[in-house]
Each structure stands twice: as structure tokens, then as C-alpha cells.
Ligand binder design. Sequence first.
Ligand SMILES: NC(=O)c1ccc[n+]([C@@H]2O[C@H](COP(=O)([O-])OP(=O)(O)OC[C@H]3O[C@@H](n4cnc5c(N)ncnc54)[C@H](OP(=O)(O)O)[C@@H]3O)[C@@H](O)[C@H]2O)c1
Length: 265
Amino acid sequence: MFKIGIIGIGNMGEAILKGILSKTNINPDEIIVSDTNSQRLEYIINKYSVAATDNNVRLAKLSNVVILSVKPKDLESVLSPIGVFLNQKILISVLAGIKISKIKQFAENAKVVRIMPNTPAMVGESATGVCFDGNISGEEKQWILKLLNSFGKTVVVEESLMDAITGLSGSGPAYVLAFIDSLAQAGVKQGLSYNQALELATQTVFGTAKMLMETKEHPAVLRDKVTSPAGTTIYGLHQLEKGKLKDTVMNAVESATQRSKELSE
Ligand SMILES: NC(=O)c1ccc[n+]([C@@H]2O[C@H](COP(=O)([O-])OP(=O)(O)OC[C@H]3O[C@@H](n4cnc5c(N)ncnc54)[C@H](OP(=O)(O)O)[C@@H]3O)[C@@H](O)[C@H]2O)c1
């Protein structure tokens, strides 16, 4: 038996595999992956030395825990043939917008975990929302969270908040990238080259996030430390206020959350 089977080893499947192998004590010979794309499978076998198959039924029978990382449109075709082999097994679904109740239509007796990671999972820094089916024990939850923390940080929520997670952190990397690009272009307007400005903007966002995490201070406290009376920063902040930064960000998250709800209906 394998400890973990991953069905669909595309972008997100590989990010999860990489995290598990580098940050947990699970070894390559305890993992099996499957994919319909034979070139993809060959690449994964060569890079990570895990077992592989093009047969999802075989994977489901041979795995204690199954991670499902195919596109949402493939849910039914992938799960219907293997649902019966997932009795009392943990099934972790990465599929955006697919509710636990929908998954249980095809895998009635599985212990379903629904997660919403984001693209920084590819560098081991996902912000992942997770919700659990009712039949999962506390001990199992702890084990699952350790697994999920191998490719980033995890926040447990009720399933009703998964759309909010999608609107905030699922789409969040695009918002942050838009901000970084804006900052870099602003630097160009002030005479810096784009490359210089991009490096400064990226490091500023990275360093600020790290400082926030390490000090655990409220953002307003750290903001006040860089904002001296009548100094440059308060002039800059005033312009952000005039441009309704907070209003715009709140609208963006609200709109993306609403869209996630529509798509999962
Ligand atoms: N990327 C993100 O930021 C992100 C964030 C949160 C959640 N997600 C979720 O993660 C899931 C995977 O996304 P992704 O970006 O990793 O997609 P992806 O790169 O397209 O990976 C999916 C893989 O599954 C394979 N596949 C298709 N049908 C299969 C089957 N019947 N059996 C086994 N493998 C099969 C695909 O092969 P083919 O190429 O041959 O079709 C592909 O290699 C999606 O459900 C998405 O909603 C993604």
C-alpha cells in the first residue's frame, strides 16, 4: 500500500507533491501518482522517483489517502469509477468550487477534505483554506494539516466560507502582482529602469510580509513606524486614500467571492 495517491499531477498536483517530499517524512516510495498525460507522468517519475500509473482504479485501491487534483470539469469521470474504493479513506479535493456534498455523490463513504490553495504553492508558500467533512477525527485532522502545511500555511474554515477564501487568497496572488507591477511602473515614471523598480517593489512586498509575520504586530502599528509627521509617506498614503485603495480592494474580494458562488452553483 502507498501512504498517498495523487490523481492529476499538473501544476497544483506537482506543487503538493514537492511540498510533501521536502517538508514531511513521507518518502517517494510511499507515493503513487496518476495522470492521463503520459509525458507529464514521465517527467514526474524522472524528477521525483515516485510510483506512477495511468489507472485511477489501481491508484485508489493501493492508496490510504487520495489527493484529487484534476480540473473541476473532470470530477464525475474521475470519481465515479473509483468512489467504491475510497470507503473510509481520506479524500483531499483541490477542485475549486466543488462542494463536499457533490463529491460525496460519487464517493459516499469517503472522508472528504476540501482545500483551496493558491499558486505560491509552487514555491512552498501557499495560503490554503481547508474545510472538513463531519466524519473526520481530530487525530486525522492534525495529520492532514501537517500534510497541507508542507506547501504553505493553512486556515481551517466552515465550508460556507470557501468562496470568501477563493475571492481573497485564491485570486489574491493576481491582486498582489497587479500592485507590484503598479509600484514598478510608478518607479519608472520617477526615472528608475523597470528592472530596478521591479526588484525594489518585489522586495518591499516580500520584506513587509515577512516583517508582519515575524513581529505579529497589527499592520497599522508597522505603518505608523514608517509614517513620520509631515514626511514623505503620509503624502503618499494620502494619495492612496484619495484613490480609495481600501474600497477598491474590498470591492475586488467581494466581486470575486460572488463569482465563486455563482460558479459553484
Ligand atoms: N492552479 C491554481 O492556482 C489552483 C488554485 C486552487 C485550486 N486549483 C485546482 O487545482 C486543480 C488542478 O489544477 P491545475 O492548475 O493543477 O490543472 P492542470 O495543470 O491541468 O492539472 C490537471 C492534470 O490532471 C490530468 N488529468 C485530466 N484527466 C485526468 C484523469 N481522468 N485522471 C488522471 N489525471 C487526469 C491532466 O491531464 P491532461 O493535461 O491530459 O488533461 C493534468 O495533467 C483544479 O481543480 C483547480 O480548480 C488550482
